[in-house]
Every structure is written in structure tokens, then in C-alpha cells.
Design a protein around this ligand. Sequence first.
Ligand SMILES: [Zn+2]
Ligand SMILES: [Zn+2]
Length: 331
Amino acid sequence: MKCKVCSEHAVIDVRRHNAGFCQSHFIDHIKAQVVKTIKEFKMFEPEDRLLIAVSGGKDSLAIWDILLDLGYDATGFYLDLGIGGYSTRSKEASVRFADERGAKLIVRSLQQEHGFTVPELSRLTGRVPCSGCGLNKRYEFNRAALEEGFQVLVTGHNLDDEVATLFGNVLHWQTEQLGRQAPMLEERVFGEGGDAKTVLVRKVKPLVRVAERESAAYAVLKGIDYIVEECPMVEGNTQHRYKEAMTMLEEASPGTKAQLYFGFLKKASHRFKEEEADAPVVPCTSCGAPTLQWDDGKLPICSFCKTKTLAERNKLEGKTGAPQGRRRRRR
Ligand SMILES: [Zn+2]
Ligand SMILES: [Zn+2]
């Protein structure tokens, strides 16, 4: 197979584009896909300060690398979740990359910020680790971006991630999540200002046009030393099964994933436009993060603070959360 651009020997075959690429033209191709995505969804401008959520894996380091190459003001943010050797090694990969590229990396640890790790939180609350992990990440990424003065939070979600999420949301008809599934979520400001003001920063996913195997190939070809191992806590994660199912369809007919995802964005996502919440969004009385004010006479407390309080109480009382089976998904 030959490179589509220069006819030299191709190092990778991208079947859905029906094209092979040599090393340098593949790297150009991936960058062009990212540039196109940033423009199409009006993700950010050259003067914006970008905070990149990095995990030490191929996707987050690849998007950070691309944004640095494109000349953006891109700072990394690593959140240490305290998942044993996995967290140690993923932090090392992130620090190593930042050093090599001379890029700025902010490191925070859940243990230092809040006094617990993801495995501890799971044990103390009796909830599956991935739910606590997702909650912590959403909360801490937003908080770090606001405190450190960033306008945009960038994550390394690739095409496979977004397609698996979409597939799962459709299987369960999670209409609320479908309404929020977008490559760009605009900043949202709630309240009047002053103490009543609370903000969700803009979140973007510039890698949605790049498949998982392409971001891995990009990282390898650019010599990025990323952590290959996956989080040990995702065993049996449903997202993995959805990815496998979609990959099977993709192999039989290349382009299926992109067709499903971009077709959804073009033809269907507006039909799920976020319905007005039943309750107004107000600052959490404990931490100030946006949360819903239900008409139940209770002070508004965000789900992060609720989980943290439950974990702290159980720790104090020497209890662990009741073991639970498969929790029903919240509609
Ligand atoms: Zn070429
Ligand atoms: Zn809170």
C-alpha cells in the first residue's frame, strides 16, 4: 500500500478514508482532522487558555501534543486518583511528556485535596469505582479550570469513546444524556453574580474525528511514551462491551462508527436538546459548584459533596457502604 499523498510506502491504512499514509503524512492527516474539528464546532480561539485533562494515556497525550504543535497555549492537568501503581505510572508518563515538551503541567491529588482515593471512596460508599471516578473527575476538572483561570477544558475523547457512549445512551434511551452529548459544551453561568454565581467551564473534545487505533498510531509515530495499561478498576465495564460491538460492525463495514456519530450530531442530537431542568441551578451551599435546588426544604448540596460527606461519615464510624448489585441507571 502506498501513501495517498506522496506514494511512498504507507505505514498505516485508514479504511474508512480508503487511504494509506506514510509516517509524516499520517501525522499531518491527524492534525488536519483536529484542526477541522476545532473550526467546525467553534471550540476555541488562538488566544484562549486551554487546560488539557491528561491521564498519561495515548489520547490525552496525543491531543496535548497536537495542540502544542499547533501553537496553542495548552497546559496539562493531571488528577491523581490514588489507584495504586496504575496512578503512579500514569502520573509519571504525564510528567515525562510535560518535561520533554517543556509544557506546563498542573498536578493535583484527590487524597491531598479531599482525603480519599477512588478505591477508598468506592469501599466507603459501596458504589462502583467508575461512578465515583467520573464524579470526581468532572468536579475536579471544572474546579481546577476555574481556579487556575482557564477558559476551556479539553479532553482526549476519541471517536470510539463517543460512539460507545452514544450506543449506550441509545440502548437505554437516556434522553437527557443524549441531549448533552456533543463535541463542545458551551460555558454555563448560573446565578446573578457575586456569591450566587456559579460556572461550568466550556468543555471540548477535539479528537472526536480520530479513531482509537489512529490516536495510538499517532502517539507511537510521534515517539510519545504513553502508558498502555488500562485502569485496573474498569474490569467488566459496559463501555468496553459497547466498544467491542461497534468495532465488530466497523470491521465489516468501515465508516460505520463515524456515520453513526456524525449522523447523530447532524440529524438527531437537536431533538434531545437539553430539557429545562425541573429545578433551578444554584451554588452548592458547601462548595459553590452548580447544583439543583429541589423544593424539598433542604439546603442545596451537590452530588460531589453528598458523596464526600457519606464517605467521611462511614470512615468515622468504621463502616463501609452496603455492597450493591447492579444499580439501576438513573433515568
Ligand atoms: Zn506520504
Ligand atoms: Zn458541593
